[in-house]
Design a protein. Sequence first.
Length: 518
Amino acid sequence: MQALDLKIIGAGKSFGDFRALDQVSMTVKAGTIHALLGENGAGKSTLVKGLVGYSLLDQGTLLADDREVEIRNPKLPNALGIGMVYQHFTLAPSLTVAENLLLARGNMPWRIHWRREREALREFMRSMPFRLDLDRVISSLSAGEKQKLEILKQLYLRRRLLILDEPTSVLTPQEADEVLELMHTLTRQGDLTVLMITHKFREVLAYADDVTVLRKGRLVGSSAVAATDQAQMAHWMMGETRVEQKSVDRAPLLAAAPVGLAVQSLRVRNDRGVEAVGGLSLSVRRGEIVGLAGISGNGQKELAEALLGQRRIVSGSVAVDGVPYHASRIQMHLHKVFALPEEPLRNASVAGMSVAENMALRNFDRAPIRRQGWRLDRGALHKQAQALIDAFNVRPPLPERPIGTLSGGNVQRAILARELGDAVRPEDAVHVLIAANPVFGLDFASVAAIHARLLQARALGAAVLLISEDLDELLELSDRIVVMTDGAIVHETAAAEADRAQLGRWMGGMVTMDTRDI
């Protein structure tokens, strides 16, 4: 296959009176990696969905290999070899990895020759920088493993142009570099063209050939990467505004600070009944952020779900402030345990309910929202939501809008508002905060705002367990970092003394017993 050359001329798209995309033109040269940057709502998703026929553009001309094409549905992009890895997964959860790969081909025969197909899939997997068990059911995969499969699926289909929407958000640094190095190799060979949506300047500077920046639906900057720098790209993205980052006094951790969260000999099984967390013990002191690092699929997902009452604990114990904790809704309220789960639209909200209703899931059964038995005071519910929306900058600022229609960043802001909105009052201060990949796929400003809130919770005395696959995030925010491999804690270090490369080796299981004592 030969890499595709794509020219976009005067692309536009409106939703009612709102102009989401306005006269955007850009060239994605064959055999290159082209980075597309912009804040949430800048028009990036609108543009690329038009390219794959998911949401048709209102105006504009597209040239594929200098031939004009009109994309009216997904069939033509498929025929041209244009594929996309979405930020939200497009996998069949009840099927296996192998079945999802075959399903992606379409036009399946009435009878599948499984021996031949499995051998071909195994050969394909052997050529990839990361591999998945072909027999794993999708519902048992972590977010990071699902992201890998989405990329593998497109490579399996031998795309000529691949659109990647935040492709490395849930990958370790080593995995991210492997994926992008593979993209780099394929583009240099002339086999593939890549259009990559990202918020990570390091990835742009290290791997992209060209960069285009959108702001409020318009093109504001485009350049060869070699001719620009991070400061210029940030200026294009945000204009003259500055990222709002609340000043938080990062006081030194007190040696005598009490333990807020204590996990002892915890054992948890995954969806297949296999032990995913095996005798894990860890503690987080009040006023401390402990970062939990690890390659996806090593038990972090199951650990977080067990601590939040979403998965049964086989054995072991959990305590909050020295008191046994069983993760029921009543106990979470009693012990002031709050959470920012992974994939908040699936794990922390009800997509069809309004923003106001989702923000009240913590306190709908208490005054002032509950009145006269089980009657909801809609006025109080709306007033609470409006205050939280304003305080946490949720956009659009519409309490009655279904939360499922918000962008990923604004869904996370809404959940953050619900969980931490009252934390500034001493009587409502968070005791334990469990955050799992809290900024996955979010833009520059949203990441800064959420990080500031995590630091604020620490400053107010919360014990914060930050589960993340982004080492940069852990090194920036944590007081202490622990590494989880095969369901157990295998390494611990003060964040200030941590070595990035060494952490990566522990995460990948590359440290042998002989070197642990060196």
